[in-house]
Design a protein around this ligand. Structure first.
Ligand SMILES: NC(=O)c1ccc[n+]([C@@H]2O[C@H](COP(=O)([O-])OP(=O)(O)OC[C@H]3O[C@@H](n4cnc5c(N)ncnc54)[C@H](O)[C@@H]3O)[C@@H](O)[C@H]2O)c1
Ligand SMILES: [Zn+2]
Length: 391
């Protein structure tokens, strides 16, 4: 603890330590089958068996048998797993993140039902409910164990496998939240079968994003699978989710900045516009739909500024189109959309850093955006989506 890193203040103490984080992301076809030990094993890892379930109301409506199956599962795995009462049910979708009472509901249940720092909060739901439940778990007792069971394509391949949570506050998306790695993630493909088609497809935009940034082979695989994905082929979706989740986990584990201390967001291709479109639409647009539009805008911009060859730009637009992600939306031509650039910079702090691509699988960071060119690209995308929608 000698203050050797503070030469001007030799009397300063220094607290320095290293913590090893690590968690598994599992893939299963039915996590609540009593014969599948994954959930019980992960729940029991901390030594205490108590599990507080938190469930997305949309998931519960589509799987009304879920609480009973969860109860049966816990009975079978008793004493290594014990449910701390029936599920706390939270409304699904973005609006759950706008009302702080939802976080309090989970914290209150943790308090009332004897959840200690070795117990587990198990959240089963879409990205929005996972964000609320995750934030509540990270703050109750200053942090209890969290197991996520994501139930959307987006959450299984992207938002649910990472280290963040957050809720909306002061009119800003994800303004309040924390970096808190989960104890484990369990992706259950059976839960996806009831997903509305719009959500099924919207979630694929993050795969297009990460393939465009990091993995040309994955991009080609998506092109090959595009029709199967559109037709809700489970095997094709399984391939997408596993590969997308792997790229995310690798990025977190080896990218050097898991808690995003730097000014860059190397995975946020298409997201400055995506976030702003979501906000301008009053969250009518899903995150995945908005990201798809953001990808189209940024790919077009990268092409028009000489960064991205025309063929590669066309491949990105064509893949989004083939996956049914060609939403026309009035927010695209809202003049406030460009304010999203400054808001994005503000959120991260420091210099403006926008991640674009210079080829399929090749992300690149730029620090200046020509607003006139961007404006023209947005108009071009708007016309393109309108034209496609008419076809
Ligand atoms: N924490 C992160 O790192 C991170 C990263 C990206 C996105 N996100 C957040 O994720 C959220 C979007 O999540 P999402 O796309 O998963 O959608 P969502 O959570 O908004 O859910 C969409 C709808 O689908 C319903 N639903 C969920 N699973 C279902 C199922 N299996 N069957 C039937 N209905 C089901 C929900 O009830 C909801 O109505 C956004 O709030 C976004 O900010 C978080
Ligand atoms: Zn995203």
């Amino acid at each position: 603890v000698e203050g050797h890193l503070s030469p001007r203040r030799p009397d300063a103490l220094r607290a320095a330590f290293t913590i090893d984080y690590g968690y598994a992301v599992h893939f299963t076809g039915d996590a609540l089958d009593p014969g599948d030990p994954t959930l019980a094993d992960e729940g029991a890892r901390a030594g205490a068996a108590r599990v507080l379930p938190v469930v997305d109301a949309g998931v519960l409506a589509a799987h009304p048998e879920l609480p009973e199956r969860l109860g049966g599962y816990a009975d079978r795995h008793c004493p290594s797993m014990e449910l701390a009462g029936p599920p706390v049910v939270l409304p699904g979708g973005e609006l759950v993140k706008n009302d702080p009472r939802h976080v309090e509901m989970v914290q209150a249940a943790a308090s009332d039902r004897g959840i200690c720092r070795h117990s587990t909060v198990l959240v089963i739901g879409g990205g929005a409910v996972l964000d609320v439940g995750g934030y509540a778990a990270a703050t109750a007792h200053r942090g209890v164990r969290l197991i996520r069971m994501p139930t959307t394509v987006l959450a299984q391949s992207d938002s649910g496998v990472g280290v963040k949570n957050g809720v909306n506050a002061f009119g800003k998306k994800n303004f309040v939240g924390s970096f808190a790695p989960p104890a484990a993630v369990i992706n259950d493909s059976r839960l996806l079968t009831t997903l509305p088609t719009l959500d099924w497809l919207a979630g694929t935009s993050e795969a297009v994003k990460v393939a465009s940034l990091k993995d040309a082979d994955f991009f080609a695989q998506l092109e090959q699978d595009q029709t199967a994905l559109l037709n809700r082929d489970r095997a094709a979706m399984d391939r997408l989710i596993r590969r997308c989740a792997r790229l995310h986990v690798e990025h977190i584990a080896t990218g050097g900045d898991p808690f995003e201390a730097g000014p860059a967001r190397p995975l946020d291709f298409g997201h400055w516009a995506g976030h702003k479109l979501e906000q301008l639409s009053g969250f009518r647009l899903r995150h995945g739909e908005a990201v798809a539009l953001g990808l189209a805008v940024d790919a077009t911009y990268a092409h028009h500024t000489g960064l991205l060859p025309g063929d590669d730009c066309r491949r990105v637009l064509a893949l989004l189109d083939a996956l049914g992600l060609r939403t026309t939306t009035p927010e695209l031509t809202d003049p406030r959309l460009l304010d999203g650039l400054e808001e994005f910079r503000e959120h991260l702090g420091g210099e403006l850093t926008i991640t674009l691509i210079k080829g399929i699988g090749q992300g690149v960071e730029v620090h200046e955006i020509d607003r006139d060119v961007m404006s023209r690209c947005i108009t071009a995308i708007d016309e393109w989506t309108r034209r496609s929608a008419r076809d």
